[in-house]
Design a binder for this molecule. Structure first.
Ligand code: KIV
Ligand code: ZN
Length: 382
């Protein structure tokens, strides 16, 4: 049996922190339900102390959603933790996600604490959180830029205090895959009590590395990934859920782990989140973009028409109602034109077809795409 990677979805917390996004309660519940159907393991529903809306989000999702763990974020501050404990009361399974920065930059400029003091505060926070739930996750903010010996000390201390999941965030999207993997491996190899916790990847996309870093973390032994639908989130965003899920599905030979997510729902949840957040998905976005299964150049179209897998590693039906698409453009060849004309009921032989192909290229040079009505017109006037 393959190892399982837990999917921790933070669309409703880190994702909702995207500038310009604000979801109302009804929309959060709608997305929460879709996440449960998708099969995620943990939903981070908000940061309860930050606003009444976030408190309501964690409390309502705790009440309404079953078969999933609901998580509330806190700072390592008593009133935050008590507030999250209150919001999570109705949950079938509730998790408190608390923590503190670990990099020099965070300690000196933001927290204004020494390493020892920050560790003491973190340990105290975990112990308090454990009074509300057995499921406590500790985040070491900005781990990607932190001193390793300090990271090791924090991990050991907070696990001893009762943390059951350790989140290793690359908060600023600073690391590269080899480094992020080494960070996870280093922790697991150097800290004596790591068998008592699950390690979690939380990567931001400032240098476009979020998915690669998350997958590298999985190779390094992490067994939870923190993701958002469509990769929405602060600045350049978080790791995209759909990219990680499909990477694990398409390359079981390489990763050897499973997510348990129903990939057939990826497209529909992507569309739902795009619609409710107003964060449009770029056409060339991996897995769920409008062009993800579209082919426009003659060489590619010829290959795909002979055998889909020549230019597609994902069968689009795996992610929902997507289909491979042949888009006719000035770069398209005879094979694609003949194929589409055939689908429209037109079958022309040699000279007639050549004449149409020449006319098609003339028309295609004036347009970004030649559609079915254009083809009908072409056939009529030529
Ligand atoms: O990016 C980050 O470090 C976070 C933490 C609060 C988990 O979002
Ligand atoms: Zn984050």
């Amino acid at each position: 049996m393959k190892d399982k990677v837990l999917i921790f979805d933070t669309t409703l917390r880190d994702g909702e922190q995207s500038p310009g996004v604000r979801l109302n309660m009804e929309q959060k519940l709608e997305i929460g339900r879709a996440l449960v159907d998708l099969g995620v393991d943990i939903i981070e529903a908000g940061f309860p102390i930050s606003s009444p809306g976030d408190f309501e989000s964690v409390e309502t999702l705790s009440k309404e959603l079953k078969g999933v763990t609901i998580c509330g974020l806190t700072r390592a501050v008593a009133k935050d933790i008590e507030c999250a404990g209150e919001a999570l009361k109705p949950a079938e399974r509730g998790r408190i996600h608390t923590g503190l920065g670990v990099s020099k930059s965070h300690l000196e400029h933001k927290l204004k604490m020494t390493e020892d003091k920050a560790l003491e505060v973190g340990v105290k926070a975990v112990k308090l959180a454990r009074q509300f739930t057995d499921d406590v996750e500790y985040f070491m903010e900005d781990s990607g830029r932190a001193d390793l010996d300090y990271v090791y000390r924090v991990v050991e201390g907070v696990i001893d205090a009762g943390a059951t999941t350790i989140n290793v965030p690359d908060t600023t999207g600073y690391t590269y895959p080899e480094e992020y993997r080494a960070l996870i491996e280093g922790i697991r190899n150097h800290v004596p009590n790591t068998d008592k916790a699950v390690f979690s990847c939380h990567c931001h996309n400032d240098l476009g590395m979020a998915t690669a870093n998350t997958l590298a973390g999985v190779l390094g032994g992490a067994r939870q990934v923190e993701v958002t639908v469509n990769g929405i989130g602060e600045r350049a965003g978080n790791t995209a859920l759909e990219e990680v899920v499909m990477a694990l599905k398409i390359r079981p030979d390489y990763f050897g782990v499973d997510s348990g997510v129903d990939a057939k729902q990826l497209l529909s949840i992507s569309r739902l989140v795009a619609k409710r957040t107003g964060m449009l998905v770029q056409r060339n976005k991996a897995v769920v973009g409008a062009n993800a299964y579209a082919h426009s150049s003659g060489i590619h179209q010829d290959g795909v028409l002979k055998e889909r897998s020549t230019y597609e590693i994902i069968d689009p039906s795996m992610v929902g109602d997507a289909k491979s698409e042949i888009v006719l453009t000035a770069r398209s060849g005879r094979h694609a034109l003949k194929h589409r004309l055939g689908e429209l009921g037109f079958n022309f032989q040699d000279d007639r077809f050549e004449q149409l192909y020449t006319a098609f290229l003339d028309m295609a040079d004036t347009k970004t795409e030649v559609g079915d009505s254009d083809l009908r017109e072409l056939v009529t006037i030529n």
